[in-house]
Design a binder for this molecule. Sequence first.
Ligand SMILES: [Zn+2]
Length: 385
Amino acid sequence: MELVREEEVVRVLQELVRKPSQNPPGNERVVAEHIHEVITGWGFEAEYLRKPEPSRPSVAAIYRGTEERPRLVLNGHIDVVPEGDPEGWTVPPFEGVVKEGRIYGRGACDMKGGVAAAMIAAKAIKESGVKLRGNLVLQFAMGEETGEAGTKSLLEEGFGGDWGIVLEPSDLRVMTAEKGLAWYHFSIKGKPTHASKPEQGINSIDKSAKLIAALREYDREIGKRSHPLCGRDICSVTMIRAGTKENVIPESCWLAIDRRIIPGESIEQVDREIGEIVRRLEKEDPDFKCVWKRVRLYESAEIPAEHEIARVVRKNVKEVTGVYPQPAGIVASTDQRNFINDAGIPAITWGPGWGKSHEFDEHIEIKKVVDCAKILVLTILDLLE
Ligand SMILES: [Zn+2]
């Protein structure tokens, strides 16, 4: 374990933070090239995957064991959300400032901390000279923050395995389940007239108010459904646009909802429920006219809480930190779903950092990244030696 050195963890993570890889617009290439250069320099055979976007490569490496089986995949995304208003930061967002045991910068928590831990753990295994039986697969994926197929493409192009660890911030809690999400758009038709004669028109904003009320009622109802690790179902109205001028009865109103879906619930059922709400309003009011469609879907994902990969990581968290993590689920969406749903590979979301993703002054505790790397080393040895 002396092979995981704090100074090196700090340096590797700082260098990652210093390569701004905001997405949007999709600046992953600069950090992809950096990672490729670093791990090649350490003696790994790395390659670019220029799919689904040739100009925004992902990087992958396979460290081969004597039998090449089984295979453990460590996954991290290399894009970060934009830093936002620089005035909101008290430190420069892309310098990797170290203060009070933390590293600051956009992506430090989400999730270059996890990426650094994976790099360091792989290097430690290689330097130790231990002969692995199975393969260690490293994935550095583009496009996670915008829901693109970075991880999915890596899995399809030969960088899969028997278990996956998605190193998103989880405060080292082992997340075996994650919620899904669906976005819906609604377009409510009205009939424009002069606002002095509203009775001659149909006010699409008034009609939308009915839909919003019905969706709030729906949220209360589905809130009764919950998952032991992921919490409750949610439906939120998140966008609205309407109106052309102060004195015109609005001819149309557009709104969007975000629907969080617990594991075990099907998208067909959710679609049906949304359709029923609209049909009921149309029946109650002949002037209520609404067209809707689902525009995005991330399916929920789940493996048994006591699956081997979860048990091994929990055991090693206890060994390194002294605390045995309780079963947990994640309320947001991660690329874990690509492993479980698209590739049929049991996977957990597990990594250092927590609660600072996408915020101003994003940061991560250095000790958590070091612990993460050590836990990964033990896990690689347990599963692949
Ligand atoms: Zn992330």
